[in-house]
Design a protein around this ligand. Structure first.
Ligand SMILES: [Ca+2]
Length: 120
């Protein structure tokens, strides 16, 4: 069961959702130029997202890809995995997957702390 299916939908935006209690998160097909960003995919399978179109996936959190054992390394400690997260289906990637739930809310605070640290 999918949380959201975008069928033949163009220029849609799916943001700020918590996908829980599902086996699968978002699937797009036959559509183009939609954006899926800043969602928390609390989905343990590797099929949080499936893309058969040409949508942009960025800045999402994937529970199945947030630890080193799952392949997510964060060598520069900016809360974003160093390697892209491959979406199921086509050949699309989330190039900036967060390793922290709602990491987009924490990144400003994180940078502020780092800035203060380096200027003390
Ligand atoms: Ca990183």
């Amino acid at each position: 069961m999918w949380g959201i299916t975008l069928s033949d939908a163009n220029n849609s935006n799916v943001s700020y959702n918590n996908f829980t209690g599902l086996e699968r998160g978002v699937m797009t097909f036959e559509g183009y130029h939609s954006t899926i960003e800043k969602n928390n995919f609390w989905i343990s399978t590797s099929i949080a997202g499936e893309d058969h179109g040409n949508s942009t996936w960025k800045n999402n959190y994937y529970m199945a890809y947030d630890e080193e054992v799952e392949g997510c390394y964060d060598s520069d400690q900016n809360l974003v995995c160093d390697e892209p997260y491959p979406l199921y289906g086509g050949s699309n990637y989330d190039n900036t997957p967060y390793n922290t739930p709602s990491g987009w809310l924490k990144i400003k605070h994180y940078h502020l702390e780092r800035f203060e640290d380096t200027h003390e």
